[in-house]
Design a binder for this molecule. Structure first.
Ligand code: FAD
Length: 344
C-alpha cells in the first residue's frame, strides 16, 4: 500500500515525492510521459535570486530554497548516485547605465542585510572578473555568490534515481493510492481552469539552446534578459524566450535564433560555439505568477503543487519541504501568496 501518490514527474512532483520518501513515506509517482517529460526536462538550470529589495514572504521563501539547494542536491546525488549538475558558481551581470549603478550599489547594501551573511552581492570593476563576462557600457558588473546552476534534465534523473533508492516507484500508469498530490505542470493548470470555468493559470512557452563550449566552474551570466549558464559537462545553456501565445509547445523557431544572437552580442566569447541542442518547453504559470501550493481547490482530500513558472527548480527544495509538512504532518508553512486561493 502506497502512502502518497504524486501525479507528475517534473521538478515539483519529484521534489515533493523525494521529501515525503525522506520522511519514511511509501511513494508512487505517476506520469504517462515519464521522468522530466514536461518543462523540467530542459537544459537551462539557472538558480538565481530575486533582487534583494522590497523583501516579502515570497522572496524569503525563494532565498531559503536557494540556500537549501546545496545540501538538497548533494544528498540526492549521494543516495541515487546520479549527478544533478549542481554547483554554486555565482552570477555576473553588467551594469548598463548610471541609474543601474545607483540601484546596484543600493542592492549591495540590502543584500548584505537580507542574505544574512550566507551570500554576497557586489558591484565590481572589470579587473575583479575573469575574461568571462558580458559587455558592460559602464565598466561595472554585479557579482553574486548566491546563484547556482544545475542541469534540469539530469537533475530529474538524479531525483528519480534517489527516489527509487528510497523505495519509491515511478510508473507511467496506475491507480492513485493514499494521499494524492497533483504536480501536473501547465497541462494541469489549463485543466483546472477548464474545470473552474475561469483562467487560474496557463502555460508560457520557452525556447533554449545548448552550446558545446567548456566554461565549467565559471559563473552564469545574465545580460539583455538572456541567461548564459556554463554547465559542469562542458556545455553552455542559453535561454530563453517567453511566449504566452504558441502553437507547438515543443518546437523551436526563429525566436530562439534571436535569443542566441542577443547572447552573442552580450557575451562575444560565445561566438562560433556549436549549437548542439535546441529545446522548447512550457512553464506552468499560475494566475498569481507565484507557485500554487496546498490543498487542491477542487479534488477533495487531494493537494496541488504547481506554478513553478520561471524559477521552478530554484523553488523545488523548499516546495518539497512545505508540501511534505502539509501532506504528512498537517502543518501549513506555505506563504499566503503561494496558496491556491491567490489564483482562484
Ligand atoms: C525554456 C525554459 C527555461 C527555464 N529555465 C529555468 C531556470 O533557469 N531555472 C528554473 O528554476 N526554472 C526554469 N524553468 C522553469 C522550470 O523548468 C519549471 O518551473 C519547472 O520545470 C516546473 O516543474 P513542474 O514539475 O511543475 O512541471 P513539469 O516539469 O511540466 O512537469 C509536469 C509533469 O506532469 C505530467 N502530467 C501532465 N498531466 C498529467 C496527468 N494527468 N497525470 C500524470 N502526469 C501528468 C507531465 O507529463 C509532466 O512530466 C524554465 C522553463 C523553460 C521552459
Amino acid at each position: 500500500m502506497v502512502d502518497i501518490t504524486v501525479m507528475g514527474a517534473g521538478a515539483f512532483g519529484l521534489s515533493v515525492a523525494w521529501a515525503c520518501a525522506q520522511r519514511g513515506a511509501k511513494v508512487r509517482v505517476i506520469d504517462p510521459g515519464g521522468v522530466g517529460a514536461g518543462a523540467s526536462g530542459g537544459i537551462v538550470g539557472a538558480l538565481a535570486p530575486h533582487t534583494p529589495e522590497n523583501w516579502n514572504d515570497k522572496k524569503a521563501f525563494q532565498f531559503e530554497s536557494l540556500i537549501m539547494a546545496e545540501e538538497f542536491w548533494a544528498e540526492i546525488e549521494t543516495v541515487g548516485g546520479v549527478s544533478s549538475g549542481y554547483g554554486r558558481t555565482g552570477r555576473v551581470q553588467p551594469v548598463m547605465n548610471e541609474r543601474g549603478l545607483d540601484l546596484a550599489r543600493a542592492r549591495e547594501v540590502s543584500a548584505a542585510e537580507l542574505w544574512q551573511g550566507r551570500a554576497t552581492l557586489q558591484v565590481v570593476p572589470g579587473e575583479a572578473l575573469s575574461a568571462w563576462a558580458p559587455v558592460s557600457p559602464t565598466g561595472w558588473w554585479i557579482k553574486d555568490t548566491l546563484s547556482a546552476r544545475m542541469h534540469p534534465r539530469r537533475a530529474c534523473a538524479a531525483l528519480a534515481a534517489a527516489l527509487r533508492a528510497r523505495g519509491g516507484e515511478i510508473v507511467a500508469t496506475g491507480a492513485p493510492e493514499g494521499k494524492v498530490v497533483w504536480a501536473t505542470g501547465w497541462q494541469g493548470l489549463v485543466e483546472l481552469s477548464g474545470e473552474m470555468g475561469r483562467m487560474v493559470g496557463n502555460g508560457v512557452k520557452g525556447q533554449a539552446a545548448l552550446l558545446r563550449l567548456d566554461r565549467r566552474g565559471l559563473p552564469q551570466l545574465f545580460a539583455d534578459a538572456v541567461h548564459v549558464v556554463p554547465h559542469s559537462d562542458g556545455t553552455v545553456a542559453i535561454g530563453s524566450t517567453s511566449e504566452r501565445e504558441f502553437e507547438a509547445p515543443d518546437r523551436t523557431d526563429a525566436q530562439l535564433e534571436d535569443v542566441l544572437a542577443r547572447a552573442i552580442t552580450a557575451v562575444p566569447d560565445l561566438a562560433g560555439a556549436e549549437v548542439i541542442e535546441r529545446w522548447a518547453g512550457v512553464r506552468p504559470r499560475a494566475k498569481s505568477r507565484a507557485p500554487m501550493l496546498g490543498v487542491h481547490p477542487l479534488r477533495k482530500g487531494d493537494y496541488i503543487a504547481n506554478g513553478g513558472f520561471k524559477i521552478g527548480f530554484g523553488m523545488a527544495p523548499k516546495v518539497g519541504q512545505v508540501m511534505a509538512d502539509m501532506v504528512l504532518e498537517g502543518r501549513n508553512a506555505i506563504p499566503e501568496g503561494f496558496r491556491p486561493e491567490a489564483s482562484l
